[in-house]
Design a protein around this ligand. Structure first.
Ligand SMILES: [Zn+2]
Length: 311
């Protein structure tokens, strides 16, 4: 699959990732055997825990659910999760603004996002089906067109320190890049997006990189004719959904993931459930806020665990 990558395992050749993330995860599992548990990277595949002590500590709160995904003791995002967009690069004249703002405005309360309410923390407090799109800002190539992982955090930090966006610890900040922008740690070859967290201006901030699949439709877009006539933006809708549901259930990469290091959305990447055909002949599988989207399924943490479009 294509939602993976980055934090490479030193003992494994990068050639592994030529096969894509799902394969990488599979190979990692095979290479280390079924007894080795892996930690999530936020990019779709697991890596061995860096420190045995960290492993022991995190598994102290581990809880098996028999649903194919395990709780590792860390926080989930509770209450209403706020969403901020940072439009990086050149988005002028692009309908992505309409398509993806509507997505974020319509995600909360949807039957699709409701799947995340099957996840909870150590106090048995469940994730809420509540997402609030707050606002967006623009970044006119402040760090150029070739971004590294650290640059994404800098872009988020700059948006906050400048006052363009508030500092919000119950939020996910999405850096949305135009098609002329590369993320050099592996966009289009190892992943299409990723999420993580970091210390920004003294607070733990959750953020995500979302690349534009127009840069590499064969790797990061499910279809080239898309429900809203913008294959890049429609592809980003599924990637944003993927990273949002992972950020909510595994914000610090120490809560919900399986023994291969796969978070909830990783387990259903590139599966779309029941589809329908829209007027332009493309496929969709849900309508949110009056617009059709083709969005990947998510993992239900109940009933033994399974991929679904709604709950
Ligand atoms: Zn993922």
């Amino acid at each position: 699959m294509r939602f993976t990558k980055t934090v490479l395992v030193s003992c494994l050749a990068s050639a592994l990732f030529l096969f894509g993330s799902a394969h990488a995860a599979t190979v990692l599992q095979a290479a280390h055997g079924d007894e080795q548990e892996l930690a999530p990277t936020g990019k779709g595949y697991g890596v061995p825990f860096a420190h045995p002590s960290a492993f022991a500590k995190s598994t102290g709160g581990a809880k098996t659910t028999n649903n194919g995904i395990v709780y590792h003791g860390g926080p989930v995002m509770l209450g209403t999760t706020n969403v901020y967009y940072i439009w990086y690069g050149n988005w002028s004249g692009n309908t992505a603004g309409t398509i993806l703002t509507n997505l974020a405005q319509s995600m909360g309360g949807s039957p699709y996002f409701n799947i995340n309410t099957t996840y909870y923390d150590g106090s048995n407090t469940h994730v809420s089906n509540a997402v609030n799109y707050v606002k967006a800002t623009n970044d006119n190539y402040s760090l150029g067109t070739a971004l590294g992982d650290a640059d994404i955090q800098t872009i988020v930090s700059n948006a906050i320190s400048s006052g363009a966006l508030p500092k919000d610890t119950n939020a996910v900040y999405f850096v949305l890049t135009s098609a002329d922008v590369n993320e050099t740690s592996g966009f289009c070859t190892q992943y299409c997006g990723w999420h993580t967290h970091g210390s920004i201006l003294g607070s733990d901030i959750k953020y995500s990189f979302i690349g534009n699949p127009d840069r590499c439709p064969s790797s990061c877009a499910a279809q080239t004719t898309s429900p809203n006539g913008n294959a890049g933006a429609d592809g980003m809708a599924s990637i944003i959904s993927h990273e949002l549901e992972e950020a909510v259930t595994d914000p610090d990469l120490n809560a919900w993931y399986d023994r291969r290091g796969q978070e909830n959305a990783d387990k259903c990447a590139w599966t779309f459930g029941t589809e329908y055909t829209v007027a332009n002949g493309s496929k969709a599988n849900m309508n949110l806020g009056g617009m059709d989207y083709l969005i990947q399924q998510n993992w239900v943490n109940a009933g033994g665990g399974y991929c679904a479009l709604h709950l």
